[in-house]
Design a protein around this ligand. Sequence first.
Ligand code: SF4
Length: 509
Amino acid sequence: MTVLVLGDQLSRRHGPLADRPDDDILLIESTAFAERLPYHPHKLTLVFSAMRHVRDRLREQGRTVHYLQSETFEDGFEQYAADHPEATLHCLRPSSYGSDDRLHQAASVSGLDIEFVDNELFLCDAETFDEWASDRESYRHEEFYRFMRRKTGYLMADDEPVGGEWNYDDQNRETPPEGWDAPSVLAFEPDETTREVQAWVRERFGGGYDDPPYGGSWADPEEFRWPVTRPQAVRALDDFVSNRLPVFGDYQDAMLADEWALAHSLLSTSLNLGLLHPAEVIERAVEAYRDGSAPLNCVEGFVRQVLGWREFLRHVYRREMPALATANALGATEDLPELYWTSETEMACLSDVVDGVRRRGYSHHIERLMILSNFGLLYGVEPAQLNRWFHAGYVDAFHWVTTPNVVEMGLYGANLFATKPYAASANYVDKMSDYCGDCPYYKTKTTGEDACPFNTLYWDFLDRNEERLRSNHRMGLVYSHLDNKSEEELTAIREQAVDVRERARRREL
Ligand code: SF4
């Protein structure tokens, strides 16, 4: 009997790896898998280094680990089957759509069988979610989140939310005062194993990034910084709870040009690889509230991300694939502008956020939603194209993470749980960031020379999608503002929107 461990299932405390202590262990590094998209080199380094560290740790513990490097999973299974014919592999059920079938098929070619068990690296199992969803007409995150609070008892007292409110969003939209210093970011220096992986990634995958259409987009990133072992992930969690969580909530929606991390947890890579379990992360945050070291608005905001949003998206994805991946409710057909790969634009906000992704494979959730996805929505980018970019560029991205976040939440593509499009003009960007002051575009202008493209595209978006969106009661106010525009203004907006897209195509935006 053998335990098959996938690259995003690296917990030694859960699933078959913990339950079958006498079984051999199989890990496969598939280069073809890593070449499916032009992944950020930090992402490839992270996954492969974390896999190799788990291999070494398991061997230190006396386990027999077969670590195979092969072109495809099929090749890896064939190699393994040569010495272990007709073995049955035990594995946590993968989160990505269709992976279980593909793995099953690849293994069966070599006469191996795979048995999947429930993925314990999440808090809500499929049965529980399906039962919750069974009597509902649509998915509502807030309802699911409250259900999970009640089910787990996190931040609950006598079946009521601690503090009397389910969420404290109204306290979580502050922008830091002048001179505010963000907590320092813990970076983990690459050890020998990580350096070996980095060299291999550069040699094996590096060249492709200099070729069109990516234009060297992921070239020359900053030093790799992410936790690749369980002890490092626990240190990152300690650091978050002690230094970042106490101010996380207040500034969680803010964007500052010189502070890429603000007080965000930076734990998503460790959670998504299985180095940390969501329960321990939530419990540490709740404990910080109980002992008075972090305020409720910060703790609740964080708990909602992990207990609510992360679990909710995973199950919506599970239930709505494969249609979700190609959903395009607004009929958006524009190609992804090249600036997403190059960061070459005069738009200060967009340029800085894309540049951060190029350098670090990361930006925080509001930059993802309100800059990158918002621009894609207003511009009319086909959702699958932006989803592919997020999936390739972010260190914490997996298909189950980006698809509902980008296709539905960001681009309003599937009519599943977003109650309205997250469309915003420069007004929002200016309120929540310090970008507009240093931007050559004018945040208050919609048309004419140097008008902010967000403004032009915002009104053009409402105008273009009027038939689909006007009846949405949450859009009533913005459509009343559109109604105040004269036909002459609307014509100028439409013409300028065409010009914005042409300039983006010419790399002159
Ligand atoms: Fe971004 Fe427009 Fe503000 Fe420039 S003016 S930073 S493009 S929102």
